[in-house]
Design a protein around this ligand. Structure first.
Ligand code: MSP
Length: 524
Protein backbone atom coordinates (compact mmCIF):
# COMPACT_ATOMS: atom_id res chain seq x y z
CA UNK A 1 0.00 0.00 0.00
CA UNK A 2 1.15 3.51 -0.78
CA UNK A 3 2.33 5.70 2.06
CA UNK A 4 0.16 8.80 2.48
CA UNK A 5 1.37 12.40 2.43
CA UNK A 6 -1.00 15.07 3.68
CA UNK A 7 0.14 18.62 2.94
CA UNK A 8 -1.59 21.92 3.63
CA UNK A 9 -1.31 25.60 2.77
CA UNK A 10 -2.46 28.30 5.17
CA UNK A 11 -6.03 29.33 4.53
CA UNK A 12 -5.80 32.81 3.07
CA UNK A 13 -7.77 35.86 4.15
CA UNK A 14 -9.95 36.82 1.20
CA UNK A 15 -9.41 40.48 1.98
CA UNK A 16 -7.99 41.45 -1.40
CA UNK A 17 -6.59 40.24 -4.68
CA UNK A 18 -3.85 37.62 -4.17
CA UNK A 19 -0.36 38.82 -5.05
CA UNK A 20 2.74 36.79 -5.86
CA UNK A 21 3.42 36.26 -2.13
CA UNK A 22 0.25 34.23 -1.78
CA UNK A 23 0.90 32.62 -5.16
CA UNK A 24 4.36 31.61 -3.96
CA UNK A 25 2.97 29.86 -0.88
CA UNK A 26 0.48 27.97 -3.05
CA UNK A 27 3.09 27.11 -5.71
CA UNK A 28 5.55 25.85 -3.12
CA UNK A 29 2.96 23.54 -1.60
CA UNK A 30 1.80 22.36 -5.02
CA UNK A 31 5.40 21.65 -6.02
CA UNK A 32 6.04 19.55 -2.92
CA UNK A 33 2.79 17.70 -3.46
CA UNK A 34 3.68 16.93 -7.08
CA UNK A 35 7.14 15.76 -6.05
CA UNK A 36 5.75 13.45 -3.37
CA UNK A 37 3.25 12.05 -5.86
CA UNK A 38 6.09 11.30 -8.25
CA UNK A 39 7.91 9.56 -5.42
CA UNK A 40 5.01 7.19 -5.02
CA UNK A 41 3.08 8.71 -2.11
CA UNK A 42 -0.68 8.90 -1.97
CA UNK A 43 -0.86 12.64 -1.62
CA UNK A 44 -3.60 14.93 -0.39
CA UNK A 45 -3.31 18.70 -0.58
CA UNK A 46 -5.60 21.04 1.29
CA UNK A 47 -5.95 24.74 0.65
CA UNK A 48 -8.73 27.24 1.29
CA UNK A 49 -9.95 30.51 2.70
CA UNK A 50 -10.15 32.00 6.17
CA UNK A 51 -13.42 33.84 5.72
CA UNK A 52 -14.41 35.15 9.15
CA UNK A 53 -13.36 38.17 11.12
CA UNK A 54 -13.89 41.83 11.54
CA UNK A 55 -11.89 42.87 8.51
CA UNK A 56 -14.09 40.86 6.17
CA UNK A 57 -17.21 42.29 7.79
CA UNK A 58 -15.89 45.83 7.33
CA UNK A 59 -14.98 45.18 3.69
CA UNK A 60 -18.43 43.76 2.97
CA UNK A 61 -20.10 46.78 4.61
CA UNK A 62 -18.02 49.09 2.49
CA UNK A 63 -19.20 47.28 -0.62
CA UNK A 64 -22.83 47.26 0.56
CA UNK A 65 -23.04 43.50 0.47
CA UNK A 66 -23.29 40.86 3.15
CA UNK A 67 -20.07 39.23 4.38
CA UNK A 68 -21.30 35.95 2.90
CA UNK A 69 -21.78 37.57 -0.52
CA UNK A 70 -18.38 39.13 -0.22
CA UNK A 71 -16.58 35.87 0.58
CA UNK A 72 -18.53 33.96 -2.06
CA UNK A 73 -17.24 36.33 -4.68
CA UNK A 74 -13.69 36.12 -3.34
CA UNK A 75 -13.82 32.33 -3.21
CA UNK A 76 -14.76 32.25 -6.89
CA UNK A 77 -11.78 34.45 -7.68
CA UNK A 78 -9.42 32.31 -5.64
CA UNK A 79 -10.60 29.14 -7.38
CA UNK A 80 -10.11 30.79 -10.75
CA UNK A 81 -6.57 31.74 -9.87
CA UNK A 82 -5.69 28.24 -8.65
CA UNK A 83 -7.11 26.90 -11.90
CA UNK A 84 -4.99 29.30 -13.92
CA UNK A 85 -1.99 28.21 -11.87
CA UNK A 86 -2.83 24.52 -12.29
CA UNK A 87 -2.73 23.90 -8.55
CA UNK A 88 -3.41 20.25 -7.79
CA UNK A 89 -5.28 20.63 -4.54
CA UNK A 90 -7.56 17.83 -3.40
CA UNK A 91 -9.75 19.86 -1.11
CA UNK A 92 -10.62 23.53 -0.82
CA UNK A 93 -11.99 24.51 2.56
CA UNK A 94 -13.88 27.67 3.40
CA UNK A 95 -14.37 28.43 7.06
CA UNK A 96 -17.98 29.32 6.29
CA UNK A 97 -18.61 25.72 5.17
CA UNK A 98 -21.30 24.19 7.34
CA UNK A 99 -19.16 21.13 8.01
CA UNK A 100 -16.37 23.31 9.38
CA UNK A 101 -18.71 25.57 11.35
CA UNK A 102 -20.38 22.68 13.16
CA UNK A 103 -17.15 20.81 13.85
CA UNK A 104 -15.54 23.91 15.33
CA UNK A 105 -18.49 24.38 17.67
CA UNK A 106 -18.10 20.79 18.78
CA UNK A 107 -14.39 21.37 19.36
CA UNK A 108 -15.17 24.42 21.51
CA UNK A 109 -17.72 22.35 23.44
CA UNK A 110 -15.05 19.76 24.19
CA UNK A 111 -12.70 22.48 25.44
CA UNK A 112 -15.46 23.99 27.58
CA UNK A 113 -16.24 20.62 29.13
CA UNK A 114 -12.57 19.98 29.82
CA UNK A 115 -12.27 23.34 31.54
CA UNK A 116 -9.72 24.61 29.03
CA UNK A 117 -11.81 27.66 28.21
CA UNK A 118 -12.81 30.35 30.71
CA UNK A 119 -14.46 33.76 30.56
CA UNK A 120 -12.47 36.86 31.45
CA UNK A 121 -11.68 40.38 30.39
CA UNK A 122 -9.12 41.08 27.84
CA UNK A 123 -7.09 44.18 27.60
CA UNK A 124 -4.39 44.59 25.07
CA UNK A 125 -3.06 46.29 22.01
CA UNK A 126 -5.09 45.24 19.04
CA UNK A 127 -3.96 45.30 15.43
CA UNK A 128 -7.04 45.50 13.21
CA UNK A 129 -5.51 44.23 9.94
CA UNK A 130 -3.81 41.28 11.68
CA UNK A 131 -6.83 40.68 13.94
CA UNK A 132 -4.44 40.07 16.72
CA UNK A 133 -3.80 41.33 20.23
CA UNK A 134 -0.34 42.06 21.54
CA UNK A 135 1.02 42.72 24.96
CA UNK A 136 2.91 45.94 25.65
CA UNK A 137 6.27 44.17 25.48
CA UNK A 138 5.50 42.51 22.18
CA UNK A 139 4.95 45.81 20.36
CA UNK A 140 7.73 47.11 18.13
CA UNK A 141 8.20 50.86 18.55
CA UNK A 142 4.64 50.99 19.81
CA UNK A 143 3.33 49.38 16.61
CA UNK A 144 2.23 45.93 15.49
CA UNK A 145 5.28 43.60 15.55
CA UNK A 146 3.93 41.63 12.57
CA UNK A 147 2.86 44.32 10.13
CA UNK A 148 4.20 47.55 11.64
CA UNK A 149 0.83 49.29 11.65
CA UNK A 150 -0.91 51.29 14.38
CA UNK A 151 -2.41 49.36 17.30
CA UNK A 152 -5.29 50.32 19.55
CA UNK A 153 -5.72 49.67 23.29
CA UNK A 154 -8.88 47.64 23.73
CA UNK A 155 -10.72 45.93 26.52
CA UNK A 156 -13.60 43.51 26.30
CA UNK A 157 -15.28 40.49 27.83
CA UNK A 158 -13.75 37.47 26.19
CA UNK A 159 -13.29 33.76 26.40
CA UNK A 160 -9.79 32.51 26.91
CA UNK A 161 -8.02 29.28 26.21
CA UNK A 162 -5.84 28.19 29.09
CA UNK A 163 -2.50 27.92 27.35
CA UNK A 164 -0.48 28.05 30.56
CA UNK A 165 -1.86 24.66 31.52
CA UNK A 166 -0.02 23.14 28.55
CA UNK A 167 3.23 25.08 28.73
CA UNK A 168 5.24 22.31 30.34
CA UNK A 169 3.94 19.78 27.89
CA UNK A 170 4.80 22.04 24.94
CA UNK A 171 8.37 22.54 26.11
CA UNK A 172 8.80 18.80 26.55
CA UNK A 173 7.34 18.21 23.11
CA UNK A 174 9.94 20.50 21.55
CA UNK A 175 12.72 18.83 23.48
CA UNK A 176 11.67 15.52 22.05
CA UNK A 177 10.93 16.89 18.57
CA UNK A 178 13.57 19.52 17.87
CA UNK A 179 12.95 19.38 14.10
CA UNK A 180 9.22 20.00 14.29
CA UNK A 181 9.66 23.48 12.79
CA UNK A 182 11.99 24.21 9.90
CA UNK A 183 13.99 26.36 9.43
CA UNK A 184 15.29 26.20 12.98
CA UNK A 185 15.64 29.99 13.15
CA UNK A 186 11.84 30.29 13.11
CA UNK A 187 11.51 27.94 16.05
CA UNK A 188 14.13 29.93 17.96
CA UNK A 189 12.14 33.11 17.38
CA UNK A 190 8.96 31.77 18.93
CA UNK A 191 10.88 30.37 21.87
CA UNK A 192 12.58 33.70 22.49
CA UNK A 193 9.45 35.82 22.07
CA UNK A 194 6.63 33.66 23.37
CA UNK A 195 7.59 30.39 25.04
CA UNK A 196 10.59 31.35 27.16
CA UNK A 197 8.93 34.47 28.66
CA UNK A 198 5.99 32.22 29.69
CA UNK A 199 2.88 31.51 27.65
CA UNK A 200 -0.05 33.91 27.83
CA UNK A 201 -3.56 32.48 27.69
CA UNK A 202 -5.13 33.04 24.30
CA UNK A 203 -8.17 35.21 23.81
CA UNK A 204 -10.43 33.20 21.54
CA UNK A 205 -13.66 35.17 21.29
CA UNK A 206 -14.97 38.64 20.50
CA UNK A 207 -18.33 40.25 20.96
CA UNK A 208 -17.80 43.53 19.10
CA UNK A 209 -18.68 42.04 15.72
CA UNK A 210 -20.67 39.00 14.65
CA UNK A 211 -19.08 37.65 11.46
CA UNK A 212 -17.72 34.44 12.89
CA UNK A 213 -18.56 31.09 14.44
CA UNK A 214 -20.74 31.55 17.50
CA UNK A 215 -19.59 30.17 20.82
CA UNK A 216 -21.99 27.25 21.38
CA UNK A 217 -22.61 28.27 25.01
CA UNK A 218 -22.79 32.04 24.50
CA UNK A 219 -23.87 33.08 20.99
CA UNK A 220 -23.18 36.78 21.44
CA UNK A 221 -19.53 35.80 21.29
CA UNK A 222 -17.99 34.75 18.00
CA UNK A 223 -14.70 32.94 17.78
CA UNK A 224 -11.75 35.13 17.29
CA UNK A 225 -10.20 33.78 14.18
CA UNK A 226 -7.27 31.55 15.14
CA UNK A 227 -9.18 28.72 16.76
CA UNK A 228 -11.57 28.81 13.82
CA UNK A 229 -8.72 29.02 11.29
CA UNK A 230 -6.27 26.44 12.62
CA UNK A 231 -8.83 23.71 13.04
CA UNK A 232 -9.49 23.81 9.27
CA UNK A 233 -6.70 21.25 8.86
CA UNK A 234 -8.79 18.62 10.62
CA UNK A 235 -12.37 19.69 9.91
CA UNK A 236 -11.66 19.63 6.16
CA UNK A 237 -10.97 15.91 6.55
CA UNK A 238 -14.26 15.38 8.36
CA UNK A 239 -13.12 15.46 11.99
CA UNK A 240 -16.23 15.37 14.24
CA UNK A 241 -18.53 15.16 11.26
CA UNK A 242 -20.61 12.27 9.94
CA UNK A 243 -18.02 11.05 7.49
CA UNK A 244 -14.54 11.10 8.95
CA UNK A 245 -12.95 8.57 6.58
CA UNK A 246 -10.47 11.09 5.24
CA UNK A 247 -9.55 12.20 8.72
CA UNK A 248 -8.79 8.62 9.71
CA UNK A 249 -6.80 8.11 6.56
CA UNK A 250 -4.75 11.30 6.35
CA UNK A 251 -4.35 12.79 9.80
CA UNK A 252 -1.75 13.65 11.13
CA UNK A 253 -0.62 16.08 8.46
CA UNK A 254 2.82 15.38 7.11
CA UNK A 255 3.57 19.00 6.36
CA UNK A 256 1.96 22.35 7.10
CA UNK A 257 3.42 25.01 4.81
CA UNK A 258 2.99 28.45 6.39
CA UNK A 259 4.50 31.91 6.15
CA UNK A 260 7.00 33.01 8.77
CA UNK A 261 4.66 35.52 10.43
CA UNK A 262 2.11 32.85 11.37
CA UNK A 263 4.54 30.34 12.81
CA UNK A 264 3.63 31.42 16.33
CA UNK A 265 0.06 30.22 15.83
CA UNK A 266 1.14 26.98 14.21
CA UNK A 267 4.04 26.32 16.54
CA UNK A 268 2.32 27.08 19.86
CA UNK A 269 -1.48 27.20 19.77
CA UNK A 270 -2.07 24.54 17.13
CA UNK A 271 -0.03 21.83 18.91
CA UNK A 272 -1.76 22.72 22.18
CA UNK A 273 -5.26 22.58 20.68
CA UNK A 274 -4.49 19.19 19.16
CA UNK A 275 -2.99 17.85 22.35
CA UNK A 276 -6.02 19.08 24.30
CA UNK A 277 -8.23 17.20 21.85
CA UNK A 278 -6.13 14.08 22.31
CA UNK A 279 -5.06 14.12 18.67
CA UNK A 280 -1.73 13.45 17.06
CA UNK A 281 0.41 16.40 16.04
CA UNK A 282 1.46 17.20 12.48
CA UNK A 283 4.85 15.81 11.54
CA UNK A 284 6.41 19.04 10.40
CA UNK A 285 5.85 22.73 9.86
CA UNK A 286 7.76 24.59 7.24
CA UNK A 287 7.74 28.34 7.80
CA UNK A 288 8.80 29.97 4.56
CA UNK A 289 10.12 33.48 4.26
CA UNK A 290 8.72 36.42 2.35
CA UNK A 291 8.98 37.86 -1.09
CA UNK A 292 9.91 41.50 -0.63
CA UNK A 293 10.29 44.35 -3.08
CA UNK A 294 13.06 46.95 -3.43
CA UNK A 295 11.02 49.37 -1.35
CA UNK A 296 10.04 46.85 1.30
CA UNK A 297 6.77 44.96 1.63
CA UNK A 298 4.35 44.75 -1.26
CA UNK A 299 1.68 47.33 -0.77
CA UNK A 300 -0.94 48.94 -2.93
CA UNK A 301 -0.22 52.37 -1.51
CA UNK A 302 3.45 52.14 -2.48
CA UNK A 303 2.43 50.84 -5.92
CA UNK A 304 4.80 47.88 -5.90
CA UNK A 305 2.40 44.96 -5.92
CA UNK A 306 2.81 42.30 -8.50
CA UNK A 307 0.03 39.86 -9.29
CA UNK A 308 0.59 36.33 -10.57
CA UNK A 309 -1.75 36.90 -13.54
CA UNK A 310 0.56 39.64 -14.87
CA UNK A 311 3.48 37.25 -15.11
CA UNK A 312 1.52 34.19 -16.20
CA UNK A 313 -0.31 35.93 -19.04
CA UNK A 314 2.85 37.34 -20.55
CA UNK A 315 5.56 34.81 -19.68
CA UNK A 316 3.65 31.61 -19.06
CA UNK A 317 2.88 29.53 -16.01
CA UNK A 318 6.10 27.53 -15.95
CA UNK A 319 8.32 30.59 -16.07
CA UNK A 320 6.34 32.18 -13.25
CA UNK A 321 6.46 29.14 -10.99
CA UNK A 322 10.09 28.55 -11.84
CA UNK A 323 11.03 32.08 -10.94
CA UNK A 324 9.18 32.16 -7.62
CA UNK A 325 10.61 28.86 -6.47
CA UNK A 326 14.13 29.60 -7.68
CA UNK A 327 14.02 33.04 -6.06
CA UNK A 328 13.00 32.09 -2.56
CA UNK A 329 15.70 31.28 -0.11
CA UNK A 330 14.82 28.62 2.49
CA UNK A 331 15.29 30.83 5.52
CA UNK A 332 15.58 34.43 4.34
CA UNK A 333 13.37 36.94 2.61
CA UNK A 334 14.13 37.27 -1.08
CA UNK A 335 13.69 40.23 -3.34
CA UNK A 336 11.63 40.26 -6.50
CA UNK A 337 12.85 42.63 -9.18
CA UNK A 338 11.66 42.85 -12.79
CA UNK A 339 15.32 42.90 -13.88
CA UNK A 340 16.05 39.63 -12.14
CA UNK A 341 12.88 38.01 -13.48
CA UNK A 342 13.74 38.81 -17.10
CA UNK A 343 17.40 37.91 -16.62
CA UNK A 344 16.53 34.49 -15.21
CA UNK A 345 13.96 33.88 -17.89
CA UNK A 346 16.46 34.57 -20.64
CA UNK A 347 19.49 32.89 -19.14
CA UNK A 348 18.08 29.88 -17.30
CA UNK A 349 15.00 29.05 -19.33
CA UNK A 350 15.51 30.34 -22.89
CA UNK A 351 19.28 29.83 -23.06
CA UNK A 352 20.32 26.97 -20.81
CA UNK A 353 17.28 24.73 -21.06
CA UNK A 354 15.54 25.89 -24.25
CA UNK A 355 18.69 25.84 -26.35
CA UNK A 356 19.76 22.47 -25.03
CA UNK A 357 16.50 20.99 -26.25
CA UNK A 358 16.45 22.66 -29.66
CA UNK A 359 20.10 21.85 -30.35
CA UNK A 360 19.64 18.22 -29.36
CA UNK A 361 16.50 17.76 -31.45
CA UNK A 362 18.17 19.53 -34.38
CA UNK A 363 21.24 17.27 -34.25
CA UNK A 364 19.33 14.02 -33.88
CA UNK A 365 17.31 15.01 -36.96
CA UNK A 366 20.39 16.02 -38.87
CA UNK A 367 22.64 13.10 -38.04
CA UNK A 368 20.23 10.21 -37.50
CA UNK A 369 17.07 11.20 -39.35
CA UNK A 370 15.29 11.81 -36.10
CA UNK A 371 15.87 8.44 -34.45
CA UNK A 372 17.61 8.50 -31.08
CA UNK A 373 20.52 6.06 -31.34
CA UNK A 374 20.30 3.34 -28.67
CA UNK A 375 22.89 0.77 -29.68
CA UNK A 376 26.06 2.21 -28.29
CA UNK A 377 29.39 0.54 -28.96
CA UNK A 378 31.84 3.28 -28.16
CA UNK A 379 31.97 5.55 -25.14
CA UNK A 380 34.40 8.30 -24.20
CA UNK A 381 35.58 9.88 -20.96
CA UNK A 382 33.18 12.76 -21.63
CA UNK A 383 30.26 10.35 -21.72
CA UNK A 384 31.29 8.75 -18.46
CA UNK A 385 31.75 12.08 -16.77
CA UNK A 386 28.33 13.31 -17.86
CA UNK A 387 26.72 10.13 -16.55
CA UNK A 388 28.54 10.52 -13.26
CA UNK A 389 27.33 14.12 -12.97
CA UNK A 390 23.79 12.93 -13.65
CA UNK A 391 23.92 10.42 -10.80
CA UNK A 392 25.46 12.90 -8.38
CA UNK A 393 22.99 15.63 -9.23
CA UNK A 394 19.98 13.32 -8.99
CA UNK A 395 21.05 12.34 -5.47
CA UNK A 396 21.55 15.97 -4.47
CA UNK A 397 18.23 17.04 -5.98
CA UNK A 398 16.40 14.30 -4.10
CA UNK A 399 18.04 15.34 -0.84
CA UNK A 400 17.09 18.98 -1.36
CA UNK A 401 13.52 18.16 -2.40
CA UNK A 402 13.09 15.78 0.54
CA UNK A 403 14.00 18.59 2.93
CA UNK A 404 11.90 21.15 1.01
CA UNK A 405 14.88 23.25 -0.10
CA UNK A 406 13.28 23.79 -3.48
CA UNK A 407 15.49 26.65 -4.64
CA UNK A 408 18.58 24.57 -3.89
CA UNK A 409 17.12 21.63 -5.80
CA UNK A 410 16.58 23.89 -8.80
CA UNK A 411 20.14 25.18 -8.59
CA UNK A 412 21.45 21.61 -8.52
CA UNK A 413 19.36 20.77 -11.57
CA UNK A 414 20.76 23.76 -13.42
CA UNK A 415 24.28 22.55 -12.69
CA UNK A 416 23.32 19.36 -14.50
CA UNK A 417 21.85 21.36 -17.41
CA UNK A 418 25.00 23.47 -17.68
CA UNK A 419 27.14 20.36 -17.56
CA UNK A 420 25.12 18.89 -20.42
CA UNK A 421 25.55 22.05 -22.47
CA UNK A 422 29.28 21.92 -21.80
CA UNK A 423 29.26 18.29 -22.98
CA UNK A 424 28.12 19.47 -26.43
CA UNK A 425 31.04 21.88 -26.60
CA UNK A 426 33.46 19.18 -25.45
CA UNK A 427 32.32 16.41 -27.75
CA UNK A 428 31.78 18.67 -30.78
CA UNK A 429 29.26 16.46 -32.57
CA UNK A 430 29.65 18.43 -35.83
CA UNK A 431 33.33 17.39 -35.97
CA UNK A 432 32.47 13.77 -35.18
CA UNK A 433 30.00 13.86 -38.06
CA UNK A 434 32.49 15.45 -40.42
CA UNK A 435 35.10 12.84 -39.53
CA UNK A 436 32.67 9.98 -39.92
CA UNK A 437 33.01 8.92 -36.27
CA UNK A 438 29.47 7.58 -36.25
CA UNK A 439 29.78 5.30 -33.22
CA UNK A 440 30.95 8.14 -31.01
CA UNK A 441 28.29 10.42 -32.44
CA UNK A 442 25.62 7.85 -31.57
CA UNK A 443 26.78 7.82 -27.98
CA UNK A 444 26.72 11.62 -27.76
CA UNK A 445 23.17 11.86 -29.12
CA UNK A 446 21.99 9.12 -26.80
CA UNK A 447 23.55 10.86 -23.81
CA UNK A 448 22.00 14.19 -24.73
CA UNK A 449 18.55 12.69 -25.14
CA UNK A 450 19.00 10.80 -21.86
CA UNK A 451 20.02 13.98 -20.05
CA UNK A 452 16.97 15.80 -21.36
CA UNK A 453 14.72 12.92 -20.37
CA UNK A 454 16.10 13.09 -16.83
CA UNK A 455 15.92 16.88 -16.72
CA UNK A 456 12.26 16.69 -17.76
CA UNK A 457 11.49 14.29 -14.90
CA UNK A 458 13.44 16.24 -12.32
CA UNK A 459 11.81 19.56 -13.23
CA UNK A 460 8.28 18.23 -13.63
CA UNK A 461 7.03 19.37 -10.17
CA UNK A 462 7.28 22.99 -11.35
CA UNK A 463 8.02 23.09 -15.09
CA UNK A 464 4.81 21.15 -15.47
CA UNK A 465 4.11 21.98 -19.11
CA UNK A 466 7.66 22.38 -20.36
CA UNK A 467 8.71 19.01 -19.00
CA UNK A 468 5.85 17.44 -20.97
CA UNK A 469 6.94 19.36 -24.04
CA UNK A 470 10.51 18.10 -23.66
CA UNK A 471 9.34 14.51 -23.50
CA UNK A 472 6.98 14.97 -26.46
CA UNK A 473 9.76 16.53 -28.54
CA UNK A 474 11.96 13.55 -27.73
CA UNK A 475 9.15 11.11 -28.51
CA UNK A 476 9.37 9.60 -25.02
CA UNK A 477 6.24 8.16 -23.46
CA UNK A 478 5.06 9.18 -19.99
CA UNK A 479 5.56 5.68 -18.63
CA UNK A 480 9.21 5.81 -19.71
CA UNK A 481 9.73 8.97 -17.69
CA UNK A 482 8.86 8.02 -14.12
CA UNK A 483 11.06 8.93 -11.17
CA UNK A 484 12.28 5.33 -10.89
CA UNK A 485 13.64 5.48 -14.44
CA UNK A 486 16.13 8.16 -13.39
CA UNK A 487 18.49 5.42 -12.28
CA UNK A 488 18.79 3.83 -15.71
CA UNK A 489 19.15 4.67 -19.36
CA UNK A 490 15.66 4.19 -20.54
CA UNK A 491 15.29 5.35 -24.11
CA UNK A 492 13.63 2.66 -26.17
CA UNK A 493 14.97 1.48 -29.52
CA UNK A 494 13.41 3.35 -32.44
CA UNK A 495 12.39 6.42 -30.42
CA UNK A 496 11.70 9.19 -32.90
CA UNK A 497 12.10 12.87 -32.04
CA UNK A 498 9.85 15.53 -33.56
CA UNK A 499 10.94 17.07 -36.84
CA UNK A 500 10.67 20.57 -35.55
CA UNK A 501 10.80 21.77 -32.03
CA UNK A 502 8.89 24.84 -30.90
CA UNK A 503 11.15 26.93 -28.64
CA UNK A 504 10.41 26.08 -25.01
CA UNK A 505 10.91 29.71 -23.99
CA UNK A 506 11.24 32.53 -26.51
CA UNK A 507 14.02 34.99 -25.70
CA UNK A 508 12.72 38.29 -24.36
CA UNK A 509 13.67 41.85 -25.19
CA UNK A 510 15.18 42.78 -21.85
CA UNK A 511 14.52 46.51 -21.57
CA UNK A 512 11.05 46.34 -23.04
CA UNK A 513 9.92 43.60 -20.67
CA UNK A 514 11.39 45.22 -17.58
CA UNK A 515 9.44 48.34 -18.45
CA UNK A 516 6.30 46.25 -18.98
CA UNK A 517 6.48 44.71 -15.51
CA UNK A 518 7.27 48.05 -13.88
CA UNK A 519 4.26 49.69 -15.50
CA UNK A 520 2.03 46.87 -14.30
CA UNK A 521 3.38 47.28 -10.78
CA UNK A 522 2.63 50.98 -10.73
CA UNK A 523 -0.91 50.35 -11.89
CA UNK A 524 -1.53 47.79 -9.14
N1 MSP B 1 -5.59 33.45 7.46
C1 MSP B 1 -4.27 33.40 7.98
C2 MSP B 1 -3.73 32.00 7.95
C3 MSP B 1 -4.52 30.99 8.71
S1 MSP B 1 -3.85 29.40 8.55
C4 MSP B 1 -4.67 28.48 9.64
C5 MSP B 1 -3.37 34.31 7.16
N2 MSP B 1 -3.76 34.63 5.94
S2 MSP B 1 -2.99 35.62 4.94
O1 MSP B 1 -3.79 35.69 3.77
O2 MSP B 1 -2.71 36.86 5.60
O3 MSP B 1 -1.60 35.00 4.64
C6 MSP B 1 -1.54 33.73 4.07
C7 MSP B 1 -0.14 33.34 3.72
O4 MSP B 1 0.37 34.15 2.67
C8 MSP B 1 0.83 33.44 4.87
O5 MSP B 1 1.47 32.20 5.04
C9 MSP B 1 1.80 34.50 4.44
O6 MSP B 1 3.09 34.27 4.88
C10 MSP B 1 1.73 34.39 2.92
N3 MSP B 1 2.20 35.62 2.34
C11 MSP B 1 1.62 36.84 2.34
N4 MSP B 1 2.49 37.73 1.80
C12 MSP B 1 3.65 37.12 1.47
C13 MSP B 1 4.83 37.48 0.81
N5 MSP B 1 5.06 38.71 0.43
N6 MSP B 1 5.73 36.51 0.55
C14 MSP B 1 5.49 35.19 0.85
N7 MSP B 1 4.39 34.83 1.46
C15 MSP B 1 3.54 35.78 1.94
O7 MSP B 1 -2.30 34.66 7.64
Amino acid sequence: MKEKFYITTPIYYPSGKFHIGTAYCETLTDCIKRYKTLRGYETYMLTGLDEHGQKIQTLANKNNITPQEYVNDMAEKALKLWELMDIQYDNFIRTTDEKHYKAVQKIVQIFLEKGDIYKGTYEGWYCMPCENYFTETQLKDGKCPDCGREVKKMQEESYFFNMKKYEKWLKKFYQENPDFIVPESRKNEIFKNFIDPGLEDLCISRCTFDWGIQMPNDPKHVLYVWLDALTNYITALGYLSEDDTEFKKYWPADLHVVGKEIIRFHGIYWPIFLHALGLELPKKIYAHSWIVMKDGKMSKSVGNVIYPETLIERYGLDATKYYLLRLMNFAQDSMFTPEDFIERYNSDLANDLGNLLSRTIGMINKYFEGTIPTEITETTEYDKELQKTAQEQITKIEQEMDTYHISNAIQELWKYISRTNKYIDETQPWILSKNGETEKLKSVMNNLAESLRKIAILSSPYLVNSSKQILESLGIKKEDATWETLQTNNIKKGTQVTKQCEPLFKRLEKEEEIEYIKTKMKKS
